[in-house]
Design a binder for this molecule. Structure first.
Ligand SMILES: Cc1ncc(COP(=O)(O)O)c(C=O)c1O
Length: 408
């Protein structure tokens, strides 16, 4: 496309965009299971208004926009409270889980260099850890060392013990991980790191805004947050189960000094004046900060518990229905609302294809071949319809016609 010679009227453009959007995933109808985390219509309306109020501001310079600065501090503080960060913690908002993870990895690299003289650092992370860690290792010049998984699809502790050494800058565990929704043994991994003076990161991008409320519902939640000794940093995505619109995550440090010494970027070596920033972005959109602040305060604890209850009930329905289909099973023991399931008798990708023909977007994954679900509150309304289609797909599904192309 070339820039049009003359401008196109607003009405025409909006009509074109609405038309183009018809091709996109139907997340409002609860037919997708990843990428969007819808809560309810009233939350959607609030998010639109909060975004609109801060469309133009720039969060790069907090002195110019003190209201934004305070909102960021408030979001960090609310998140730190949920995750039991102790007095003296520090943190900032980023554009998403990946940026939070990249910052935690880079800060750990700097700390390992400053405190232990590590110049050829490794990043030790479970095989199931999010690709953001591989990305951070690539950009940050660390070698990624993967901990194999045990039979329960959690990081294998005996293997981890052998892989952590004097070069290790950061050890990672997820609560939960994306592929299986299982939690790594965080206390044991964090202890292995702490005894050697190594940083430990809990990736709870998915879990931070659901596990605390899962716990309030009386569901079992394994130790994963700052109550675990040795956890030095955490990533928490408000734009996942916090229900904020995209572009909102928090990276937290147990010790604010680490944030200041190893993450903060302060620069005066140019004529443009003092430049200060805490993460990758320079100019930063204000709307995601405002939306995150608004939705956290709009829902409050009781709102999040109620949404967690809806998710829990939907998960129970989905998982019981899956287990009742001959040959089909959930993989491992997922700790909340994210899980993979497969079939031992029918090609799982063939089932996913058939489900897609009926409008259900199920992600596919491998090792083992499986379908993937991330359940959000709106899915409670579609459990029966989904399971009826799944039973039909399992009974009539065959080989996936184009495995490679369908793989996502
Ligand atoms: C466990 C986990 N960590 C990190 C991320 C990365 O988050 P983002 O996509 O916001 O960068 C994801 C994304 O799904 C995730 O599931």
């Amino acid at each position: 496309m070339q820039l049009p010679e003359t401008g196109i009227p607003r009405k025409t453009l909006l009509a074109e965009m609405t038309e183009r959007k018809q091709q996109d995933a139907d997340w409002k109808g609860a037919r997708t299971f990843s990428l969007v985390y819808p809560a309810s219509d009233d939350v959607d309306e609030l998010l639109a208004e909060a975004n609109n109020l801060y469309l133009y501001e720039n969060a790069l310079n907090p002195l110019r926009f003190p209201s934004l600065r305070q909102m960021e501090l408030d979001v960090v503080s609310m998140t730190a409270g949920l995750l039991h960060a102790p007095e003296g913690h520090g943190g900032c908002m980023t554009s998403g889980g990946t940026e939070s993870i990249v910052m935690a990895v880079l800060a750990a690299r700097e700390r390992a260099k400053a405190e232990r003289g590590v110049t050829n650092p490794t990043l030790v992370a479970p095989y199931s850890a999010h690709p953001a860690f591989a990305k951070a290792a690539k950009y940050g010049g660390l070698e990624l060392v993967q901990i194999p998984l045990d039979v329960d699809h959690r990081a294998d502790l005996a293997a981890a013990e052998k892989l952590i050494d004097e070069r290790t800058a950061l050890v990672v565990g997820s609560a939960p991980n994306y592929p299986f929704g299982t939690a790594d043994p965080i206390p044991e991994l964090a202890a292995m790191a702490a005894t050697r003076g190594i940083s430990f990161h809990t990736d709870s991008c998915l879990g931070s805004f659901l596990l605390p409320f899962w716990e309030r519902l009386g569901e079992p939640v394994p130790p994963f947050d700052f109550r675990v000794d040795g956890v030095t940093t955490m990533s928490a995505d408000v734009h996942k189960y916090g229900y904020a619109t995209k572009g909102a995550s928090v990276v937290l440090h147990r010790d604010e000094e680490h944030l200041k010494k190893y993450q903060r970027f302060l620069y005066t070596g140019w004529p443009g004046g003092l430049y200060l920033s805490f993460a990758m972005a320079g100019a930063r959109p204000a709307a995601p900060i405002a939306a995150a602040w608004a939705v956290l305060r709009y829902l409050g604890e009781t709102g999040y518990v109620e949404l967690a209850r809806q998710i829990r009930d939907a998960v129970r329905g989905f998982q019981a229905g899956i287990a009742a289909i001959p040959g089909m099973r959930v993989i491992g023991e997922p700790i909340m609302s994210v899980f993979a399931f497969t079939s031992d008798s029918v090609d799982p990708f063939g089932i996913a294809d058939r489900m897609e023909q009926r409008g259900w977007c199920l992600d596919r994954q491998n090792d083992p071949d499986a379908m993937h679900m991330m359940v959000s509150p709106r899915h409670l309304d579609v459990v029966d319809e989904f399971l009826a289609d799944l039973r039909e797909a399992a009974a009539n599904g065959g080989e996936s016609s184009d495995r490679e192309a369908r793989y996502s």
